[in-house]
Design a binder for this molecule. Structure first.
Ligand code: GLC
Ligand code: CA
Length: 547
């Protein structure tokens, strides 16, 4: 492991959506060979770690979040041996690896679920899941009224071997993702073994999928209408989850080099969120609060203040996330009249000002890179890619289908990356599994490499400065009051980040030097842009890549 105690406190972590990153064998599907061939690119970006969305054997009913076998790599992506090589080669470049663990559910093709289907009601094989008789006389009604995170039903009825309707099983997501029963010792033991399997192979951490969902109230109560029940929500944020993550932390502590737990925790309640980050539990969790804010100085400032305040009592660093494989790309989001993010509002054909969105996304990327904590970059954001509006026949995401076709789903941010050349597949490999837009030639890595003002070079410069300027290392920031539409703060005693979210240019505060800016400055800070200022000469400054 590269040196660095507490490396995860300030790390820049790049999310690789394997299927869409780079295709090494020309079949149109991204793979581990593709990632290995692009390690020099990731090194040039300056990231500290890679988080791989699930790369395990899977029918890909939900893009790999339906794991069939945690100890095998999906053959479309490569082999376990290649994963081991990739982990080792990344480390040679000083880059750590984080893998994705999905505790809430597994694939319906996982051997446990196949065994459960073949077994009788009440059998030990079914105990690992939530099989239950239906309600109503013939058991034809679902056992609970729970609502899926993907819309639609949360229970599917099985058939008995003689063809008659049987028990129902719970799935908070698709029917291909049966929920596991975390009260069962097999489920707990198996996941701890899976953690060790990957820690033994040198991974530096795990991202925990849907981390607030795995435990259910065994009484399976209905969701109440109106006030919350005293026993808590039947399947979100149950207290027993903390025992699981304390056990996982103990597993991580068996290893050297600080193996980290990063939770995907979507919770509105700040105090409940922070509980997952108490000493002895997870190291960090994704901060979705900031990601969902509109382009507004007040909203963003409030969110930053809230975030820092909710992390402080538990001593955990904040994380900053502009997007991931589930949400609309920032370039598109910030170009829309309502630039906040909510899953339920995604629609086809939402009017978007692409130029404004691109400007704002650049400004936002500098803003978050200046904040205290760790930083996540979703592949392609460093190229300024927009959300792609895909032809209907190309869409695979179950979120689209479960919405009755109203929600475009999440494939628009999962389109294979453009690396080089003037036309699709833009150096990705074979014909991409999702079609790329015709106008991506100027956004390829090749095109942006050559342009000092490109978004790629902006990211490189920001990451280099963030790593090398000591002011960025601490956990504090101090707000500067420079107007209602201006977000400005000082890091340490010598570095300022200033973002103009208003409609007119604003003057820059007194400074020694502009370190970096998301747009040309001309003496003033134009609308929709961010600048980093040094208040005095900086020693040991990173090489300047772009202005
Ligand atoms: C998480 C993942 C998402 C997946 C869901 C179910 O939210 O990020 O992609 O569909 O969990 O596993
Ligand atoms: Ca491939």
């Amino acid at each position: 492991m590269p040196a660095g105690e507490g490396w995860w406190r300030t790390a820049v972590i790049y999310q690789v959506y394997v299927r869409s990153f780079a295709d090494g064998n020309g079949d149109g599907i991204g793979d581990l060979a593709g990632v290995r061939s692009r390690l020099p690119y990731l090194k040039s970006l300056g990231v500290d770690a890679l988080w791989f969305t699930p790369w395990y054997e899977s029918p890909l009913a939900d893009g790999g979040y339906d794991v069939q076998d945690y100890r095998r790599i999906d053959p479309r992506f490569g082999t376990l041996e290649e994963a081991e090589q990739l982990i080792a080669e990344a480390l040679e470049h000083g880059i750590r690896t984080i893998v994705d663990i999905v505790p809430n559910h597994i694939s319906d093709r996982h051997e446990w679920f196949q065994q459960a289907l073949a077994a009788q009601p009440g059998s030990p094989e079914r105990e690992r899941f939530w099989f239950h008789p239906g309600r109503g006389e013939g058991g034809e009604e679902m056992p609970t009224n729970w609502v899926s995170s993907f819309q639609g039903e949360t229970w599917t009825r099985t058939r008995n071997p003689d063809g008659t309707p049987g028990e129902w099983y719970l799935h908070l997501f698709t029917p291909q993702q049966p929920d596991l029963n975390w009260n069962h010792p097999d489920v707990r033991r198996e996941h701890e073994d899976v953690l060790r399997f990957w820690f033994d192979r040198g991974v530096a951490g795990v991202r925990i999928d849907s981390a607030a969902l795995p435990v259910k109230d065994p009484a399976l109560p209905d969701l109440p209408v109106g006030t919350a029940p005293a026993s808590g929500h039947p399947h979100i944020d149950r207290d027993e989850l903390h025992d699981i993550y304390r056990d996982w932390r103990a597993v991580a502590e068996e290893y050297d080099g600080e193996r980290v737990l990063v939770g995907e925790v979507w919770l509105d309640d700040a105090e409940r969120f922070a509980r997952y980050l108490r000493p002895g539990e997870m190291h960090t969790a994704f901060n979705f609060g900031f990601m969902t804010q509109p382009w507004s100085a007040q909203a963003m400032r409030d969110s930053i203040t809230r975030t820092l305040a909710e992390h402080a009592p538990v001593g955990a660093p904040a994380t900053w996330v502009l997007s991931n494989h589930d949400v609309t790309r920032p370039v598109t989001r910030y170009g829309q009249a309502d630039s906040s993010f909510a899953f339920e509002r995604k629609r086809f054909g939402t009017p978007t000002n692409a130029v404004r969105g691109a400007r704002r996304a650049r400004a936002a990327s500098l803003l978050v890179a200046a904040l205290p904590g760790s930083l996540y970059i979703y592949q392609g954001d460093e190229l300024g890619l927009s959300e792609v509006e895909l032809p209907l026949e190309a869409i695979e995401d179950p979120m689209h289908f479960r919405s009755g076709g109203v929600d475009p789903g999440r494939d628009g941010c999962r389109v294979p990356l453009p690396w080089a050349g003037a036309a699709t597949p833009y150096g990705f490999g074979g014909t991409p599994w999702l079609p790329q837009p015709a106008d991506w030639a100027a956004l390829t890595v090749e095109a942006q490499d050559a342009d000092p003002a490109s978004t790629l070079n902006l990211y490189r410069a920001a990451i280099a400065l963030r790593t090398q300027i000591a002011d960025f290392a601490g956990g504090e920031l101090e707000w500067l009051e420079l107007g209602a539409d201006v977000l400005a703060f000082r890091r340490g005693d010598g570095t300022v980040s200033i973002t103009n979210l208003g409609a007119v240019p604003v003057p820059l505060p007194a400074h020694h030097e502009v370190l970096l800016s998301s747009a040309p400055l001309d003496g003033m800070l134009p609308p929709d842009s961010t600048a980093w200022l040094a208040l005095r000469p900086v020693r040991d400054r990173a090489p300047r890549v772009a202005d």
